[in-house]
Design a protein around this ligand. Structure first.
Ligand SMILES: O=P(O)(O)OC[C@H]1O[C@H](OP(=O)(O)OP(=O)(O)O)[C@H](O)[C@@H]1O
Ligand SMILES: Nc1nc2[nH]cnc2c(=O)[nH]1
Ligand SMILES: [Mg+2]
Length: 168
């Protein structure tokens, strides 16, 4: 099944903003894990978009064990059924207790819904969240409206724009 999504607005995130928001996410998660002193056992990044914030959170919280889960659900702005292409280490994961699962954003929530079924005790965190997926995420930083498409720095490039008043 493939839906066409109406995105009226664009929310453009720079590398600097991504870094700041990912750090804010790390600080919010600090001390909230089930381990001694509120620590987390490991981080799992939802590839590919979750890898950048996961790296920043791992650095801030001094977490050295980082794995990935690959879930494919979009081709550009068109959504299709979510499928797991690669799973994290089975022994590491268990039911997910003490593991932070990090993604760049939650939109419809379908990606995290699938991951949550696999690891029900994990803690789910994203940098950005849209209302339809908010219930799937335990911790996030910034909410944007459902009709907004978030553009990440790795999807963009600096380019020339014409001056507002063209030269005569
Ligand atoms: O809440 P949902 O509606 O499921 O959408 C959110 C997911 O969509 C994007 O990933 P995408 O599948 O485009 O892959 P990518 O991370 O490799 O770009 C984004 O990085 C989230 O993982
Ligand atoms: N880059 C990007 N990927 C998405 N996947 C689902 N929603 C979005 C979005 O708003 N931006
Ligand atoms: Mg993704």
């Amino acid at each position: 099944m493939t839906d066409r999504l109406p995105h009226e607005k664009g929310f453009h995130v720079s590398w600097d903003q991504m870094h700041r928001d990912s750090r804010a996410l790390a600080w919010r998660l600090d001390g909230k894990g089930p381990g001694e002193g509120g620590t987390w056992r490991a981080i799992v990044a939802v590839t590919r978009g979750g890898m950048a914030p996961a790296m920043i959170v791992a650095r801030e919280l001094d977490i050295r064990i980082v794995d990935t889960i690959s879930v494919k659900s979009y081709n550009h702005q068109e959504r299709s059924e979510a499928v797991v292409l690669k799973s994290p280490d089975r022994e590491l994961m268990g039911d997910g207790e003490g593991v932070l699962i990090i993604d760049d954003l939650v939109d419809t929530g379908k990606t995290l819904e699938l991951v949550r079924k696999l690891y029900p005790k994990a803690h789910f965190a994203t940098v950005y969240a849209k209302p339809a997926g908010r219930e799937q995420v335990d911790t996030f930083i910034t909410e944007v409206s459902q009709d907004t498409w978030i553009f990440f720095p790795w999807d963009m490039a600096l380019q020339y724009v014409e001056p507002f008043r063209g030269s005569s």
